[in-house]
Ligand binder design. Structure first.
Ligand code: ADP
Ligand SMILES: Cc1cn([C@H]2C[C@H](O)[C@@H](COP(=O)(O)O)O2)c(=O)[nH]c1=O
Length: 229
């Protein structure tokens, strides 16, 4: 039975790498896939992994109709054994419905890859619809880690090095983006954190700064319990 599968995880956990591996393995066996993405960091019409692999993809903007595209392709004599949709969090709920129709009406497997929640811990509309409709939701095996060593479950956004919880839902960027660049923090960046540290807005830089600040040292260390960040 063809399936709609949602491969989900935080930023930087290997989703695009897995998409490219699935593509490679199937293509090696003579299967033909159609690859879609939206707003990849590498630019329009690209599906890229931080491991350096990249492939061409169809850029699916807001107006794009996945079902109509597949029907056109098949009607013109094209072949499609599977569909890959990366950065699926950016798709509209209607487009996720179209992907479900591709599975149910056209009998084609659809593999969608994306982050579930935004920097405010809120579901992206596309991811919400995927959770609602997917035959399976697969959480990636390679876990990203918070600076404290716990499993990273949430995505934080930083602006000029400081974690923010307000702003536009969509700002394309990278996990290295908030790092210092020539002594100055770059503008918008992302960092994966465990829930505890996301709630406390404690990024790696904030934790480092806190550890260095005399303000957080107990006045009488012996009288206080060991600090727990
Ligand atoms: N230099 C490196 N050496 C080994 N693995 C790396 C390196 N850089 C990135 N990775 C791996 O690539 C993963 C990110 O892959 P990517 O597909 O770009 O993530 P996603 O699409 O989930 O944002 C990292 O979690 C890490 O496992
Ligand atoms: C948390 C969050 C992320 N984004 C953007 C940043 C990146 O361009 C992509 C995620 O890409 P990845 O391959 O999974 O690293 O999403 C955003 O626009 N808004 C957010 O809240």
């Amino acid at each position: 039975m063809p399936e709609l599968v949602f491969f989900s995880g935080t930023m930087d956990c290997g989703k695009s790498t897995l998409a490219l591996q699935i593509q490679h393995n199937r293509a090696a066996r003579g299967l033909q896939g159609m690859i879609f993405t939206r707003n990849d960091r590498a630019g329009a019409g690209r599906l890229s992994s931080r491991l350096g692999l990249v492939t061409d993809a169809v850029e699916a903007d807001e107006e794009f109709d996945f079902h109509a595209c597949l029907v056109r392709h098949l009607t013109a004599g094209g072949r499609a054994d599977y569909v890959i949709a990366d950065e699926a969090q950016f798709l509209t709920p209607g487009q996720i419905d179209q992907l479900a129709r591709v599975v149910d009406d056209l009998g084609i497997d659809v593999f969608a890859f994306g982050i579930t929640t935004d920097f405010r811990t809120r579901l992206f509309p596309g991811s919400q619809r995927l959770v609602e409709l997917a035959d399976r939701v697969e959480v990636l095996q390679v876990e990203g880690l918070c600076w404290c060593g716990a499993r990273a479950t949430h995505n934080a956004r930083t602006v000029a090095g400081r974690m923010v919880v307000e702003g536009a839902q969509v700002v394309v960027g990278d996990v290295a983006g908030g790092a210092e660049d020539g002594g100055q923090p770059r503008d918008v960046g992302y960092e994966v954190l465990c829930r505890r540290h996301h709630r406390r807005r404690l990024t790696a830089a904030a934790a480092r700064a806190g550890a260095l600040s005399p303000d957080v040292l107990p006045v009488d260390g012996a009288a206080l319990p060991a600090p727990r960040r």
